[in-house]
Each structure stands twice: as C-alpha cells, then as structure tokens.
Design a protein around this ligand. Structure first.
Ligand code: NAP
Length: 335
C-alpha cells in the first residue's frame, strides 16, 4: 500500500522533499500541500498529479485524504503542526529544528508520551548519509580504538541577510549536536562557544564560531561553524582514536590534475552534498509509515535533547562561559 502525504511549508527544502515523495520508489504520493504563501502552495500543487493546495496546515493535517504529514515550514512554526499531527494519530516527519526552544520540544515529547506511541521523526539527515554511516561503522567496529577527540567543520558558501549569530548554533551547528550524540553514542555534558577574529565577508555577523563540546565519557569535540566561506559547502568530521583516525573523505566525484595542480570539485550547497541522505531518509520514513511501524529515525526525544544542547550553546555564546548541559530523564517511550 502506498502512503498519501501532506506537506506543510513548500519553500526550499519542502519542494525538494515533495519531489522525492511524489511517485517515489516507496509508493508515496503527495496529495496536499499548504504554505503561508498561498500562491506558492498553488504553484507546487499544480505541478503534481494528485495534490491539492489547502488553505492552512491545520486543514491539511485534519484532511482524511492525508495519511502522514511532512512539516517543512520555518522552524518557529513547527510546534503546532507537529502537535496537531500527534493529536490526529498521524506519522509526522518534521525538519530540524523540531521546535525553536527546549520548552516547545518538551511539549511535543509530552504529547507523544501521552499518546503512548512514537509518531514523530526529526530531519537530522546526517544519520542517513552513506559517508557518515561509514564513519560511524568504523568507530563502532573499533577500527581506531576508543575515540578521544573529534574535529568537525560546518562551512556554508554564504547565508541570507536575515541570518543571525544565534542561527549559527540553532540552525547550523544543531546538525553537529545530533551527529556527535549519534556517532559517539553518548550525551553532550557541557559546551563552550568561542568567537575568533571575524571574517570581513560576513559584514556585522560574528562569523566564524568555534564550539567545543564535552561528551559525557570525556571525549572532546570541536566544531568550526563558518557561514561565508564562498568556495562552496563543506562538512568535515575526523575522529581521533587510541589506535588510529577516521575521517569523512572528500565527496568530490572526480579529481582533476592539470597544469601542475590537483583539484576536486566542492559541492555548492547542502542540496548537492546531502542529496543521497535525503533520498534514504525519506524512503525509510515512507516504508515505516506505510507499514504502520513506529519511526526508527531521530525521535522527538532526539529533537528535544538537541534543543537543550543548542540552548546551552546559545547561553555560552551570550556569556562567554562554559555551560553544563542538564538533561531531563529519558521517558520509557524512547528507551
Ligand atoms: P524556506 O525556503 O523559507 O521555506 C519555508 C516555507 O514555509 C516558506 O514557503 C514559508 O512561506 C512557509 N511558511 C512560513 N510560515 C509558515 C506557516 N506558519 N505555515 C505554513 N508555511 C509557512 O525555508 P527552508 O530553507 O526550506 O527551511 C525549512 C525548514 O527546513 C527549516 O526548519 C530549516 O531549518 C529546515 N532545513 C533543513 C535542512 C536539512 O539539511 N535537514 C536543510 C534546509 C532547511 P514564506 O516564505 O511566505 O514565509
């Protein structure tokens, strides 16, 4: 049986996900879309064989035609849509961040716990990237012994004018927050954000940032967040262990040797770098939802913990101090 999906928010990533979900190999189709911009929703629906543009996300979630919901509107708008989907008993895939504060994420966790079953999956797509999966496999297999240090970089070519210093943590480094928990299988115990010399390419924006995470087992992880590098989009991760190191290889499909130089192509943005991860992520989500199984991917709890850490990192950014991360007890639903 296929899965009839409704998509709330059809901007950049919403349209990417619509393309993957409509007529994809898992037998899903997009039957409804909604967006704050009604003309955009109508234009997206017009390109799809079975989709209607509905006036609001709430009506889309309540529609009998919709089996499962994808929320790809802007982060601060996620909470009411995810709560409505949980109340309707429909599987919901929500792009990161689950919601903009730990309090709003906790309300989602509590709603799911009250419903007594997992319906929410959060779009932490790194977990589906083949290179990240191979990195984790090497660590889990003991190929480098016990991990000691992790070095990451999250580099964007540029960001839009409305991008703020806080977004470097809450929208950008939040990917590394989930990645580190998943990769190392342990929680983040404390965080410190440092502000190096500012890049002149970012105008008034404090860019880059250096974020230092202390994991609960003593591993230290540093993350460079640079959002105006201009040369392209680059994600790096190297794990240094007791007996060796493992790192993500360059994703360039070819290496060019000419005129005394060696060069590889750098992806332009996240769409190019992580295309395969979104394919796998949505395919696995569709398969689970169509089969009536609880989602196996990042849960509302993972979304909540990421937000607790993000909030701690923001406090560190604002105060310059190390901030300890206080996690509430994990509910039985997520054990
Ligand atoms: P975007 O291009 O701005 O798209 C968001 C869309 O949602 C816009 O069409 C916007 O309309 C609409 N919208 C705003 N408020 C709404 C509401 N209350 N109800 C319904 N629609 C609403 O943003 P984006 O880059 O696609 O990002 C969307 C989400 O995906 C964000 O949470 C972002 O962090 C996440 N994301 C994840 C990844 C990843 O790698 N996993 C990559 C990119 C983005 P207006 O333009 O009229 O406001």
């Amino acid at each position: 049986m296929g899965l009839d999906v409704g998509v709330v928010g059809v901007g950049m990533i919403g349209q990417e996900h619509v393309r993957r979900l409509d007529g994809g190999p898992g037998g899903s189709r997009v039957v409804a879309v909604a967006d704050a911009d009604a003309d955009r929703a109508a234009a997206v629906a017009a390109r799809l064989p079975a989709a209607k543009a509905l006036p609001s996300g709430e009506e889309l979630i309540a529609s009998d035609a919709v089996d499962a919901v994808v929320v790809t509107s802007w982060g601060p708008t996620h909470e009411p849509y995810v709560l409505a989907a949980v109340a309707a008993g429909k599987p919901v895939f929500c792009e990161k961040p689950l919601a903009p504060t730990q309090e709003s994420c906790l309300r989602i966790v509590e709603a799911e716990v009250a419903a007594g079953r997992r319906l929410v999956q959060v779009g932490f797509n790194r977990r589906y990237d083949p290179a990240h999966r191979a990195l984790k496999q090497a660590v889990d297999d003991g190929a480098i012994g016990a991990p000691l240090l992790v070095h990451c970089a999250h580099r964007n070519a540029s960001v839009p004018p409305h991008y703020t210093r806080d977004m470097s943590i809450a929208d950008t480094a939040i990917h590394e927050i989930d990645e580190l928990r998943w990769l190392l299988g342990t929680e983040i115990a404390a965080v410190r954000v440092m502000t190096p010399r500012r890049s002149s390419r970012g105008g008034e924006l404090q860019d880059p940032l250096l974020v230092l995470f202390e994991m609960a087992d003593g591993v230290l992880a540093d993350v460079e967040v640079s959002v105006n590098v201009h040369y392209g989009y680059e994600i790096r991760c190297e794990v240094s262990g007791e007996t060796g190191t493992v790192e993500l290889a360059t994703p360039a499909p070819v290496t060019i040797r000419r005129e005394g130089t060696v060069a590889g192509l750098v992806p332009g943005d996240w769409r190019e770098r992580f295309a395969l991860s979104y394919d796998v992520e949505l395919r696995e989500w569709v398969d689970g939802a169509a089969g009536g199984r609880p989602p196996q991917g990042p849960s509302a709890w993972d979304g909540h913990v990421a937000q607790v850490v993000s909030d701690a990192a923001l406090r560190s950014l604002h105060t310059g101090s190390r901030v300890a991360v206080e996690l509430p007890e994990r509910p039985a639903l997520y054990r």
